[in-house]
Design a protein around this ligand. Structure first.
Ligand code: F6P
Length: 530
């Protein structure tokens, strides 16, 4: 039996359903709209005016935010309360990028402050250990390549950051960084030939140290190192481990001085600021990693202090709900007009969908509304030549987050990039009548705009923290737990059961399996090992 809707949620749901479909084109000229729906935050500029929400709807959404548990949970996060109740953990990834000055502004009782300062000292000690190791690697001149082995949150953040800050070719004096995530043998087989075993450092990145793909890839790499003629001590010296289980990494024979820990209060999809970010330090530099932390810290200070009406992450969360409830949108598109942010959609997919793709609230009660839209996207202008047709003329309205980088070179191609971004924002939100029904562009597609001053570490840190806090705010508005991910366990368990059945010499599959699954299993087994 679903409990009655909280009054504030019922009010905003009713209002969203009863309001006539608002037109962005007419709302654009509402007095004071820019002041209401655009702002600067931690160096980023957000223009949220192209959403079908007027000032009355907006005040209803803000009232909902104030009546929800958002503000209380925001403070509880900082204070180090166990807000991830199903795993009995704190949620303290902002502590990874706090400095002494910002930490002094955090609330908490004397006991909480003491506990937090102790945890922060631990974070600083790990950062110091990472910087020292990075200095040795970068100064040693031996390592030409780094292979970071991890999956999900254990690699998506570092891959995005290095794509943004460095690209495929390492700057002088820095190693090239590669990512090995998929367990498909092709992933490692296509990477190995480019590597010199003597000059390659491998990082095994796994919060739990039990992820099947990462373990199998690490084993294949060690076999390769041996085949390349490395002695056991040479192999060990070319491994680092980043994990919340340093005991398991030690047991796997990694040198203690090359194991970098982090706490269980760092969620996988929130972990690039922890030792999981080691490849960023190696590939982009120690200063770049510090700037990344500084950008996220600036967004943290904004998020933790600004009232809902001037709080960028909260405003994004509220508009996400409005688009779902007023427009019936089921997805959100992220289109970065920056080649360096090509992996932003993938990062935001895990961040938002693994956090809020839930069916029950924090108390285990059925959620009365959807937790997370489906997040997808590709960089612009590429996306204009693939799915923008559907965005312009499809029946389903898909809100778009445009992520732009203002600081561009004086180059016709850069101006073309910006001109296309401006054009798509205008065309999708305003539309234009055509000479017939086939050529009509209805417009009224929400086009939210986030502008980075430059594609640099500080701006990137602020951007990723913006979406981390949007994700948390959305979960708190809907009273769900954004910080566990039990939905991924069943697949992992079943994969463990299927694995032995695919061996060529395995016996007949159990009759418990459906005929279709048995047939598929046998087809894959027979073809396997080709
Ligand atoms: O997808 C499930 C998940 O647990 C993610 O939350 C996590 O980022 C990923 O797998 C990798 O987990 P680990 O870092 O423990 O290897």
């Amino acid at each position: 039996m679903t409990p009655p809707l909280p009054e504030a949620l019922r009010t905003v749901l009713e209002r969203a359903a009863l309001r006539p479909l608002r037109q962005i084109a007419s709302l654009q000229h509402e007095p004071g709209r820019m002041a209401l729906l655009s702002l600067e935050a931690a160096g980023l500029y957000l223009d949220l005016t192209r959403s079908p929400v007027d000032r009355h709807d907006w005040s209803t959404l803000l009232a909902f935010a104030r009546d929800s548990r958002l503000l209380e949970r925001r403070q509880a996060m900082q204070a180090g309360e166990t807000i991830n109740v199903t795993e009995q953990r704190k949620v303290w990834h902002p502590l990874l990028r706090a400095d002494a000055a910002s930490l002094a502004t955090w609330p908490g009782s004397a006991a909480q402050v003491q506990m937090r300062d102790h945890a922060w000292q631990g974070v600083q000690a790990t950062l110091h250990q990472m910087r020292r190791f990075a200095g040795q690697v970068l100064g040693g001149g031996l390592i030409s390549d780094v292979v970071h082995i991890g999956i999900g949150g254990s690699y998506l953040g570092p891959e995005l950051a290095l794509g943004a800050l460095v690209g495929a070719h390492a700057p002088p004096g820095r190693p090239r960084v590669h990512f090995l995530a998929n367990v498909d043998p092709l992933a490692w087989d296509r990477l190995a030939p480019a590597l010199d075993a003597q000059k390659t450092l491998f990082i095994m990145a796994s919060k739990t140290w039990t992820t099947q793909e990462t373990s199998l890839n690490a084993r294949a790499v060690r076999d390769w190192q041996q085949a390349q003629g490395l002695e056991p001590e040479q192999i060990a010296a070319r491994w680092a481990g980043v994990t919340a289980r340093p005991d398991l990494a030690m047991g796997a024979g990694l040198p203690a001085g090359q194991i970098f820990g982090f706490e269980d209060w760092v969620g996988g999809r929130y972990s690039l600021w922890s030792s999981i970010g080691l490849p960023i330090m190696l590939g982009a530099g120690i200063e770049a990693f510090d700037a990344l932390l500084a950008g996220a810290r600036a967004m943290d200070q904004h998020f933790f202090s600004a009232p809902p009406e001037h709080n960028a992450p909260v405003m994004l969360a509220l508009l996400s709900l409005w688009h779902q409830w007023h427009l019936g949108s089921q997805t959100e598109v992220v289109v970065p007009y920056a080649r360096g942010l090509a992996r932003l959609p993938a990062f935001l997919q895990q961040l938002q969908m693994e956090s809020n793709g839930k069916r029950v609230d924090i108390d285990g009660q059925p959620l009365p509304v959807n937790g997370s839209p489906v997040i997808w996207g590709e960089p612009g202008t590429d996306a204009q030549h693939s799915f923008f047709q559907s965005l312009h003329q499809g029946l389903q309205i898909q809100p778009i987050d445009f992520v732009l980088v203002a600081g561009q070179p004086d180059d016709e191609r850069a101006r073309a990039l910006q001109a296309n971004a401006l054009a798509q924002i205008e065309a999708l939100s305003l539309g234009r009548p055509g000479s017939d029904a086939h050529r009509d562009n209805p417009g009224n597609r929400p086009a939210l705009v986030v502008v980075l001053p430059h594609l640099d570490a500080r701006s990137l840190g602020a951007l990723l923290a913006l979406y981390e806090h949007k994700t948390a705010a959305l979960g708190w508005l809907l009273n769900l737990n954004s910080f566990d991910q039990f939905g991924v366990e069943l697949g992992k368990q079943m994969a463990g059961e299927f694995l032995p059945l695919l061996a060529r010499n395995a016996g007949a599959p159990s009759s418990d399996l459906s005929p279709a699954t048995r047939a598929l299993l046998l087809r894959l087994r027979r073809a396997g090992g080709a």
